[in-house]
Design a protein. Structure first.
Length: 112
């Protein structure tokens, strides 16, 4: 099991209470979106308007509202590929979740 169900459920509920909130795309996520949109400019920041739990394998998914030169787009990405302002009320909890999930996924990858 990658996620702690109790901690993840608690974080998910707190995130839902804060919607919408800003985030910054990680460089790999921005590059992937740019590639999939045909090379269009991708803004570095977005608003998270929805959060879901995609099970232990998917983790917390965020609905990202991006305003691109092709219009407004809503995409979904794992919270692990987003960056948050350290002054945001849930920043510490999000960072702890991201680190825990990344660590567990690395461990799981080395076992296979």
């Amino acid at each position: 099991m990658i996620d702690d169900p109790a901690k993840t459920g608690h974080l998910l509920e707190r995130l839902k209470e804060c919607l919408p909130f800003p985030a910054t795309l990680s460089p790999p996520l921005a590059a992937m979106i740019r590639e999939q949109s045909g090379g269009h400019d991708v803004p570095p920041r977005c608003d998270i308007t929805r959060v879901y739990y995609a099970g232990d394998e998917g983790g917390i998914l965020c609905g990202l509202d991006l305003t691109m030169d092709t219009g407004k787009k809503t995409l979904f990405a794992s919270i692990t590929y987003l960056l948050f302002d350290h002054r945001m009320p849930l920043a510490r909890e999000i960072t702890a979740y991201q680190k825990h999930r990344a660590k567990r996924m690395r461990r799981q990858g080395t076992r296979s």
